[in-house]
Design a protein around this ligand. Structure first.
Ligand SMILES: [Mg+2]
Length: 263
């Protein structure tokens, strides 16, 4: 049995049993990218998905619907993936959901306004090691390279609070994400994709604060797996580290193949 009050290690007896009982022919498989399919690196432009992981994803994509739901812009994510998943949703859920194109244009307009405001409020941001990334439907303010990351973080939080119209701020690892109110988050994106594909179940693997939007859904038909067993999270299960993603892919390919064979 899965313990809902804390994460169960996926490769424990209880975790394996839960996974075996969960995966069937109607399961959608969804993954975050950075920190999940690829290790976090200092320069996000240099992220690398290993050939082993890419091969498994391609194989799984032939067996079942696969979705990548990432904070990156879709075009950026596509460059690193090296294959075409059935669904690729960018900007933490705000970009690439079928039927939401008009709404997306409005998010992009709002982000351009915030970017202009940020340039006025923080004219020396780049000299402080802060990089403003406009990803289209959301903004990411990176401070990994700031000489004093704590001071940069405080300045960003204070500046973001002055932006108009108000927004949703999602802190990440050396990054503050700015998301328009009303933009679908990763949890909403996953539910829409389940409806779209007709999949009654979804397995989602992620590692970061924005993935909690999936983990916090109280839905027995979604199995949330977090990369990293430390720290607070509402995920059902966890992995020790990012390298175990290969074992997860092997296991779900095996289970999916078995359930197909038993048709
Ligand atoms: Mg991540």
């Amino acid at each position: 049995m899965i313990d809902r009050t804390s994460m169960t290690y996926l490769f424990s007896d209880a975790g394996r049993t839960a996974l075996t009982h969960f995966v069937d022919r109607s399961t959608l498989f969804a993954f975050d990218l950075d920190g999940t399919l690829a290790p976090i690196v200092t320069d996000p432009a240099r992220i690398i998905i290993s050939q082993d992981i890419r091969e498994r994803l391609i194989r799984l994509n032939l067996l079942a619907p696969v979705a990548i739901i990432t904070g990156r812009a879709r075009t950026d994510a596509q460059k690193h993936l090296g294959f075409n998943p059935r669904y690729l949703v960018g900007n933490h859920g705000a970009e690439g959901l079928p039927g939401r194109e008009k709404q997306e244009e409005e998010f992009c307009r709002r982000c351009r306004e915030w970017q202009d405001q940020l340039k006025r409020l923080m004219p020396h941001a780049s000299e402080c090691g802060i990089f403003i990334e406009n990803k289209g439907a959301t903004l990411s303010l990176h401070y990994r390279n700031a000489s004093d990351p704590d001071a940069a973080s405080r300045m960003l939080v204070q500046t973001i609070s002055q932006l108009k119209p108000p927004l949703r701020r999602i802190p990440g690892k050396y990054v503050e994400n700015i998301v328009p109110y009303g933009a679908p988050h990763k949890g909403e994106a996953l539910i829409q994709l389940m409806l779209q594909t007709g999949c009654s179940r979804a397995l989602f693997v992620g590692d970061d604060a924005t993935d909690e939007d999936v983990f916090s859904l109280t839905n027995d038909r979604i199995l949330g797996v977090r990369v990293g067993c430390e720290g607070p999270s509402l995920a059902d299960c966890c992995l020790s580290d990012q390298q175990e993603i290969l074992d997860v892919l092997d296991e779900i390919i095996r289970l999916t193949s078995q359930s197909k064979d038993s048709v």
